[in-house]
Unconditional design. Structure first.
Lengths: 170, 170
């Protein structure tokens, strides 16, 4: 069993909600590029490209596009993949667990100056899902910066979009 | 199955040798703190402390000590653990997959300015072991810096020490 870091309110941001979507559709929305592109980035931003190599060490790539058309590529690496239960990926590593290129201060995201690891934890509750998305940071400054960028609003809005997409594939 | 990065001679350093040690003893030497302390750092340096939480996401901590007594703590995170076959860990993440604290240029090692991921690949050959240790870097500069620091000599000398230790536990 993988060892996740203990929750630390100084270092972690969490979105927790029980949603009216069966767990297998939440998983499908997170792991199917054509679906993820429809919900991952709060409008009017878009996710215009996505690559998912769904295994530990596999690539998670997205390209986000701003309303004025600027593109922002991101790359991360999956660390844990437990279907319908747990998906973990980090911006601190690239595909195949390789550290990211560039000076060591580089991150996998074009828009952030810090790294984070996301743990998505799903629990089936009949046709509903307890949805917990945790973003882990290395220090309080990075956590605060992520919070100030609108983590709660952004991830919440994306989750609303995920729910809307899930209804189309139910 | 985990997805390892493809070997890249511009980015990877490799120590490959077939040694007269059974694979289970090589694994034991890499995964038992009291044994690892005896071989991991080429003399006259020493590894004076070691913590091994042997599972994906688990901590790999060492404290190296220079001949004049200065201590250098290092921390990393295991990514893949396949007994007697494959051990993968990175300096780019701390325990529980959490990014490391400090500015994003921080690494898990007190002595290096870049991150690396190590993949140890073991293949049994009767009572011998084909031993492949690969250090993966994010760019050629980091790889060259690691090479210039004496990767080949250092890891080779440590492997000689591992062999000597293994004979004491055979």
């Amino acid at each position: 069993m993988a060892s996740m870091a203990t929750f630390d309110p100084q270092l972690d941001l969490v979105l927790e909600r029980t949603i009216d979507v069966p767990v297998h559709l939440v998983w499908k929305a997170w792991t199917t590029p054509e679906l993820l592109k429809k919900w991952f980035t709060p409008a009017p931003w878009q996710t215009v490209d996505c690559e998912i190599d769904l295994r530990p060490g596999g690539a998670f790539r997205t390209v986000m596009q701003s309303p004025d058309g600027a593109k922002f590529p991101n790359v991360g690496c999956y660390l844990a993949v437990v279907p319908n239960q747990n998906l973990v990926w980090t911006s601190a590593l690239g595909p195949g667990y390789r550290p990211l290129p560039g000076p060591t201060e580089s991150t996998g995201t074009a828009t952030l100056s810090f790294n984070f690891t996301v743990s998505l934890e799903l629990t089936a509750d009949g046709n509903r899902t307890k949805y917990v998305a945790r973003a882990m940071h290395g220090d309080a400054a990075a956590c605060q910066q992520h919070a100030a960028m609108g983590f709660a609003e952004g991830w919440g809005a994306a989750l609303d979009q995920l729910i809307a997409v899930a209804t189309t594939i139910a």
